[in-house]
Design a protein around this ligand. Structure first.
Ligand SMILES: Nc1nc2c(ncn2[C@@H]2O[C@H](COP(=O)(O)O)[C@@H](O)[C@H]2O)c(=O)[nH]1
Ligand SMILES: [Mn+2]
Length: 463
């Protein structure tokens, strides 16, 4: 046994559970250096354990394990996109924590580093949460409210435009997040110092939207919003990534940084998992806060509400963590603890583009697709490449009341920038990824618009 101030010996290491090896001399030296620096035995043991794991890192697989491809390619652009997606998946499926993977019909690359999970990608991991696999817009999601009275869609859009918020920053009239969610932020080590109110009930930019349409079956008027967890989610992602890189740097330092993970069954992993659930509640509440403001201002009654996230991690009965990077859960019970939130349903929403119906779907339960469906139509080429190929402003779609919050349309968001939605719907049906039970026909859409057009980083001139 060690005495408080005595030197640590090989016998002490064996008593602490370390197996004798050629490295024992180095471990004993490291242990004594820490003892002399005043570290306690707990810290010394943890450090020695990390040195041991670093000396025998978890290896990357030599070959990819098989994955499901639910992605047809008709023309040249689609074939190039499919080949790029498969190349990324081939590199990704060598990550040792991954047990299964699949790509959806809307798949497209989401980064240049080999093995970056594509948009439309799903991977199931054992005892591991990879922040890079749900990506920075944690819990990007779509939410619907149907209204009792069939208000004129133009009026709904007018009211919505006054009440929602797009673009960077925060609302002038801050809408506070629910107090129980704020308290949960304060109690979580990843979220403690993040202001839950600053960007609550705001929608950000890019392809986030507020859509007004009519349900095919009931003719009810519907509001659908698309946004994620804004600043809080971005901060959580950054911190999660930093913790994941620290962990993976010790246990599997040959794994590229963008594929880092947190051990789920660890203090950091549990706190991160809890933070994801808190941010999920925040995002859901943010959608419905916007919808409720609009319904109240219209003097209309809310008939029904549901939502789903498409950038998230779902833990399933097999214990695995299913990471969805732009994929819609398509299995019963995806919403988690239904008892704690009676408003969740098995139905999900899959938007296509501003001029096409939004699909209302029931689970497809296609186990080969890991029980996921696409989350949209997806792009065959990136936003910038699309703009290079279509430099002239494109016309807004006829018959659609399209509004940009900043006053300047963003052409990279027009329907032509996305894959043909009919082909994506055909694939959803052919591969049985989800059952389309209704469609929300479009009237109009509000988006952030191109608020950066005059920004110095685009014009090169100071403002
Ligand atoms: N109904 C609308 N759908 C749209 C619009 N812009 C994009 N989209 C679709 O949403 C998905 C999801 O995008 P992501 O940011 O979560 O990857 C995308 O694939 C499109 O199919 C719109 O203005 N209206
Ligand atoms: Mn999204």
């Amino acid at each position: 046994m060690t005495t408080e101030h005595g030197a640590i010996t090989g016998a002490d290491l064996i008593a602490w559970g370390f197996k004798p090896s050629r490295r024992f001399g180095d471990l004993i030296a490291a242990a004594n250096a820490m003892r002399n620096a005043g570290d306690d035995d707990g810290a010394i043991q943890a450090h020695l354990a990390s040195l041991e794991t670093a000396a025998a890192p978890i290896p990357i697989r030599t070959n990819a394990i098989p994955f499901g491809v639910f992605l047809d390619a008709d023309d040249e652009a689609e074939q190039a996109n499919r080949a790029a997606v498969i190349a990324h998946m081939d590199a990704l499926m060598r990550v040792p924590t991954i047990k299964a993977g699949a790509v959806m019909p809307d798949a497209c690359p989401s980064g240049v580093s080999p093995g970056t999970i594509p948009v439309g990608g799903v991977v199931a991991c054992e005892d591991a949460i990879h922040p890079g696999f749900h990506s920075s817009d944690i819990c990007c999601s779509v939410a619907i409210t149907t209204l009792k009275r069939h208000d004129d869609p133009k009026r709904v859009l007018d009211v919505a435009q006054q009440l929602t918020h797009f673009g960077p920053g925060r609302r002038k009239d801050i809408v506070p997040a629910p107090r129980d969610i704020a308290a949960a932020f304060a109690a979580n080590p990843f979220l403690r110092d993040i202001d839950p109110d600053a960007q609550f009930a705001t929608q950000g930019d890019g392809n986030h939207f507020l859509f007004v349409g009519t349900l095919g079956k009931t003719s009810e008027r519907a509001i659908v919003t698309h946004h994620g967890s804004r600043g809080p989610g971005a901060m959580l992602y950054k911190r999660g990534m930093a913790a994941a890189k620290r962990h993976t740097g010790i246990v599997a330092h040959r794994v590229p940084e963008h594929q880092s993970w947190l051990k789920a069954d660890s203090d950091a992993g549990r706190s991160y998992w809890e933070a994801l659930q808190i941010v999920r509640r925040w995002t859901k509440a943010s959608h419905f806060a916007i919808h409720e403001m609009i319904a109240r201002a219209l003097g209309n009654r809310i008939e029904d509400q549901f939502w789903n996230e498409h950038n998230f991690v779902f833990q399933r009965a097999d214990g695995l963590y299913y990471h969805a990077k732009g994929a819609t859960p398509s299995f019963r019970g995806w919403w988690g603890d239904g008892a704690s939130d009676q408003r969740d349903t098995e139905l999900t929403l899959i938007p296509m583009n501003m001029a096409a119906p939004i699909l209302i779907c029931a689970p497809g339960d296609n186990a080969e697709a890991l029980d996921f469906a696409p989350h949209g139509a997806g792009r065959n080429i990136g936003r910038k490449a699309f703009m290079r190929g279509n430099p002239d402003a494109l016309a807004p779609p006829p018959g659609i009341d399209l509004r940009s919050y900043c006053g300047r349309l963003d052409p990279s968001e027009l329907p032509a920038a996305y894959k043909d939605h009919r082909a994506v719907i055909r694939q959803i049906e052919a591969f049985k990824l989800a059952r389309v039970v209704d469609r929300i026909e479009p009237h109009g859409c509000i988006m952030a618009g191109d608020w950066e057009a005059d920004a110095p980083w685009r014009t090169g001139k100071p403002r």
